[in-house]
Design a protein around this ligand. Structure first.
Ligand code: UD1
Ligand code: CA
Length: 462
């Protein structure tokens, strides 16, 4: 990392074309805000203290969103254009010399590799500035690159100011530049407000540099996706799709099978081990970590989940902030939340919900149960329809079930309550008192049989 490189990220605009009350750079694609993506890319060429984010619209929210990344911030109180935004950084310590890389906060797909290429190209030609460009089939909305006789950038003309002839130019300005700091600050001060919009365009600095005999060299990139500027929600969706494709491709190349990859959503920070199979329409979000030889069935959503090797999530599960041990299984249609843990080889089946519950090794709850605030030992069988009544209207109370216990179907465990090791709870019991170790608890009304009652009733009607 070169210590004479600083990065300025322009992120102060509202983004009128988003039609949103929220600042554009806070909108999310690929599991992170636009500005966070840009700062992450910038971090590949500069240390956080050499990165300055220019904030303005909802400055406090933008700062809060990315303060964990450790960058500096500069306020642009009035949004008078990209040139004005950059000028607010003139005179900041550390930015007076060396190189200044300028990025726009609405360009989230830029890769570290392309930034490295920019730095390399700039160092090689040694001119005043380098600007990344690309050719677009539909360049509408972007600034157009006007080349001079030497093939360098003579000027950049914005869509609004472009003549019909200039609008035909397919080479566009990405908004990603590397400047010699001293020359930038000298000439940026001379940029005049645009006649039509009244804004100070950063792009005008190129012409001013040229007039003083300083060249700007284009660096053409082939993949236009990298420099997609997000101005509308349609472009936001495009960026999201590209992020998802990139991540899923990365997983597949690392040995993960992804079925119908175009339907799968995986956040950037998610990790998945080899030979794991991800079904269609799965979403893996946040800090989810999945081991090797796992399976995640169709339509399951995992957020901050952790799966040990060989764990299986059947289709249609929702797992949040919870974990599965080695060889454990959940679903189909299981819901795990708030720190639930299904331990080694244990299995929770259809329509079973676990909240803040530790579910011990080889235990089973195969159908229709709610287990909340419970500690369940090893080899326990939880019958269909078992409910922990963990909430008394005021507080949440714990349930504890010992190793090897058998809880019959449709049992109601009124917490706080303990079911002892090796005990039995008869089906349909309401358990309000502790069940001793190895005991049988029956907590239901006695059955009464009335002979011929039904037959008599039928006959009376006829
Ligand atoms: C800009 C470029 C255009 C380029 C395109 C690439 C200019 C004048 N035009 O146009 O040549 O093709 O990006 O995507 O630079 N911002 C501020 N303060 C302001 C204004 C903007 O911080 O006063 C920030 C915005 O938050 C945004 C970025 O600068 O992140 C770009 O602004 P935007 O209005 O989107 O510029 P474009 O019209 O897209
Ligand atoms: Ca833009």
């Amino acid at each position: 990392m070169n210590s004479d490189v600083s990065v300025v990220i322009l992120a102060a605009g509202l983004g009128t074309r988003m039609k949103s009350a929220m600042a554009k750079v806070l909108h999310r694609a690929g599991g992170a805000s636009l500005v966070e993506h840009v700062i992450q890319a910038a971090s590949s060429i500069a240390r956080p203290e050499q990165i300055v984010a220019v904030v303005g619209h909802q400055a406090a929210r933008v700062r809060k969103e990315v303060e964990h990344l450790g960058t500096r911030f500069q306020e642009q109180t009035e949004q008078l254009g990209t040139g004005h935004a950059l000028k607010t950084c003139a005179g900041l310590p550390g930015l007076g010399s060396g190189r200044i890389v300028v990025l726009y906060g609405d360009c989230p797909l830029l890769s570290p590799a392309t930034l490295q290429r920019l730095m390399k190209a700039h160092a090689e030609h040694g001119c005043a500035a380098t600007v990344i460009t690309t050719h677009l089939a539909n360049p509408t909305g972007y600034g157009r690159i006007l080349r001079d006789e030497q093939g360098r950038v003579g000027a950049i003309v914005e869509e609004k100011a472009a003549t019909p002839g200039q609008k035909q130019v397919s080479e566009i300005n990405s908004g990603i530049y590397c400047f010699e700091a001293e020359l930038l600050w000298q000439h940026l001060g001379r940029v005049q407000p645009n006649a039509a919009s009244g804004e100070f365009y950063l792009t005008d600095v190129v012409e001013l540099l040229r007039e003083s005999g300083h060249a700007t060299v284009p660096l053409v990139v082939e993949d236009p996706n990298e420099i997609l500027g997000i101005n509308t929600r349609v472009e936001l969706a495009d960026a999201d799709r590209i992020f998802r494709e990139r991540k899923v491709r990365e997983l597949m190349l690392a040995g993960v099978t992804v079925e119908r990859p175009e339907t799968v959503t995986v956040d950037a920070g998610v990790k998945v081990g080899q030979d794991t199979i991800i079904g269609p329409f799965v979403q893996l979000l946040g800090r989810t970590v999945i081991g090797a030889d796992c399976a995640v069935g169709a339509c399951s959503i995992l957020e901050n989940a952790s799966l040990a090797d060989g764990a299986k999530v059947h289709p249609f599960c929702v797992i949040q902030d919870s974990q599965l041990g080695p060889g454990a299984e959940a679903g189909p249609y299981a819901r795990l939340r708030m720190g639930a843990a299904v331990e080694e080889e244990a299995h929770v089946g259809n329509f079973v919900e676990l909240k803040k519950t530790r579910f011990g090794k080889r235990s089973k709850a195969m159908h229709l149960a709610y287990l909340g605030d419970a500690t369940i030992g090893e080899g326990v069988n939880i019958g269909a329809g078992t409910i922990t009544c963990n909430f008394d209207g005021r507080t949440k109370n714990p349930t504890s079930i010992g190793d090897g216990a058998f809880v019959g179907s449709n049992s109601t465990l009124v917490a706080p309550v303990e079911v002892g090791e090796g005990s039995y709870v008869a089906a349909a019991s309401i358990v309000t008192r502790p069940v001793p170790k190895d005991a049988l608890a029956i907590g239901r009304a006695h059955q009464v049989n009335k002979p011929d009652w039904a037959k008599n009733r039928r006959e009376k009607r006829e």
